[in-house]
Design a protein around this ligand. Structure first.
Ligand code: NAD
Ligand code: UDP
Length: 329
């Protein structure tokens, strides 16, 4: 297959490129680097199956030649990012989804939308099944992301029903792993970076809110299986093991061996109190379930952040202390 992946230079998009290439497909990556980095795909340049187009997908999207698939992953994804980029987030979820759907229709390609557990908002049904319509505040700060993704789902289903486009919708639950930006503000990256630097871990609120953390290779496997399946309704892909934010902080402290303190900070507005996927549909329709526990996933993630933190900190120290090149961690 010849496929386009938007958001290819991001955390998940870059792992998805790796997976499609490993399965023998040809991949065209597209990204404008607004929250991604060329570093995430640097290893792919020189691979004959990979090419890259730097482009903002809220503008008309052109790809020469045939396409068999379009996977729309472009969008700021961390709450810190989408609160800083509210208009871009709304535009990439609405205009970007419309443009990429138009491209898929033109090329008669299969389309997969990266949606999110945020379509359930601060859920009143727990765990969340795909039938649940959600509890979203459209005018709250998170509305820019949640409503953009809800619109994107509606637009995708309209192309499916009205134009007969072959579509898939994945609702991704908190996913983590190497290639996240150390400063992207999400809880796993924040806690690991803070622990490695010996800074206090910033637990928002009492830390009794819950999330269910999925390691990237499990998430990517779920995306790949959904794309290859015939299932056209939304599917939750996430790890159903649920933890409080305080439990996550304790795990990060113990795995990094850090002596960092825990510092409680104000809870952001509309922060969901609980989140856990019901994965019955993924199990029955895709034969998918996660393989990597949170402990194992953290073990595979911490070394990546250790390298990043060391590089960034060493660079900033050498900037402020010119001549001091023997800085150690
Ligand atoms: P990310 O920020 O690492 O990657 C997003 C990528 O999209 C970045 O490389 C960014 O530069 C690119 N992008 C943003 N706007 C663009 C535009 N207008 N044109 C071209 N490129 C653009 O985030 P991620 O965690 O890899 O998330 C990828 C997708 O998965 C997003 O759609 C996100 O909503 C969805 N998702 C992720 C999670 C998660 O836990 N990681 C959870 C739910 C949904
Ligand atoms: N959180 C936290 N400290 C941080 C970052 C996040 O306590 O430094 C909390 C946040 O309030 C939320 C959970 O961790 O309850 C997950 O936040 P994240 O930003 O990773 O993603 P969300 O699930 O909210 O989209």
């Amino acid at each position: 297959m010849r496929i386009l992946i938007t958001g290819a230079a991001g955390f998940l998009g870059s792992h998805l490129c790796d997976r499609f290439l490993a399965e023998g497909h040809e991949v065209i990556g597209m990204d404008n680097f607004i929250t991604g980095s060329p570093d995430n795909i640097a290893h792919l340049f020189g691979n004959d199956g990979f090419s890259f187009i730097k482009h903002d997908v809220t503008e008309y999207v052109h790809v020469a030649g045939p396409l068999d698939g379009v996977l729309h992953f472009a969008s700021p994804a961390s709450p810190v990012d989408y609160l800083e980029l509210p208009i871009q987030t709304l535009k990439v979820g609405s205009l970007g989804t419309h443009k990429t759907l138009g491209l898929a229709k033109e090329k008669r390609a299969r389309y997969l939308l990266a949606s999110t557990s945020e379509v359930y908002g601060d859920p009143q049904v727990h765990p969340q099944t795909e039938e649940y319509w959600g509890h979203v505040n459209p005018v709250g700060p998170r509305g820019v992301y949640d409503e953009a993704k809800r619109f994107a789902e509606a637009m995708t289903m309209a192309y499916h029903r009205f134009h007969g486009l072959d579509t898939r919708i994945i609702r991704i639950f908190n996913t983590y792993g190497p290639r996240m930006r150390p400063s992207d503000g999400r809880v796993v990256s924040n806690f690991i970076v803070q622990a490695l630097r010996g800074e206090a871990l910033s637990v928002y609120g009492a830390g009794d809110q819950t999330r269910s953390f999925c390691y990237q290779s499990d998430e990517v496997d779920g995306i790949y299986r959904l794309f290859m399946s015939d299932y056209t309704m939304p599917v939750n892909i996430g790890n159903p093991d649920e933890f409080t934010v305080l439990e996550l902080a304790q795990k990060v402290l113990s795995q990094t061996g850090s002596g960092s303190a825990i510092e409680h900070q104000p809870l952001p507005k509309d922060d969901p109190k609980v989140r856990r996927p019901d994965i019955t549909v993924a199990r029955t329709e895709l034969g998918w379930e996660p393989q990597v526990s949170l402990d194992e996933g953290l073990r595979m993630t911490i070394p990546y952040f250790r390298d990043k933190v060391y590089t960034v900190d060493a660079k900033s120290r050498s900037l402020f202390a010119p001549g001091n090149e023997t800085v150690t961690q």
